[in-house]
Design a protein around this ligand. Sequence first.
Ligand SMILES: [Fe+2]
Length: 185
Amino acid sequence: MFKKLFIGIILFLMPTVLFAAVYQVKGKDVAIVNLQGRVFMREQLGCPLHAADSILAYLKGKTNIIFVDYHAEATSEKMALVYYLEGRVSGIVGTHTHIQTADEHILPKGTAYITDLGMCGSLNSMLGVQKEAIMNHFLTQLPVKFTVDTAPPFVLAGAWIDVDTATGRAVAIERIRIIDEGKVA
Ligand SMILES: [Fe+2]
C-alpha cells in the first residue's frame, strides 16, 4: 500500500519529455509539440496526457494550428492521446516504431492522425541500423553496438496534412512513402 503510494507520488513528480515550439510558416504561427509515451519505454516519465494539457494551455491564444509528434511504442497509448486531444490539435503523428502504419484518417472533430509515420533511412536495414549486429543480438541476447546503415536504397516516409488555417482543423491527410534507389544519374 505505502509502496504503491510512494511509487505513485514519484511518477506524478517525474518530468515528462515534452517540447513545444511555434514557427512562422507563410505568415501563420504553427506549433510543433513533442510528447513521449510510457508504455514499453524504458524511461520513467510523467503523464503525457497531463503534459499535453499544460502545453495547450501555454499555446492558447498563440495559434490554433498545432501538430503533435507522439514518440511512443504502444498503439493503444497512441490512440489514447488521439481521443484525449481530438478537436484540440490539427494533427497527431506517431513516431518511434520506424514502421509506417496504413491508418491515416481525420477524426470527426478535425484532427488528422496516423499511428506511425515510418522512417527515413536505409530500406534494407533493421529500422535504420545495420542488421548484422541486431541479428547477433537476437541470437545471443548479448548487447551490441548499433551502427546506422547508410547503404542504398533509401526510404523516405511521412505524411502530408492540409489544414484550414482559420479554424486549425485538418481537411486532408496523405501518407507518403518514397523509395529512392540512391543511384547517381
Ligand atoms: Fe524512438
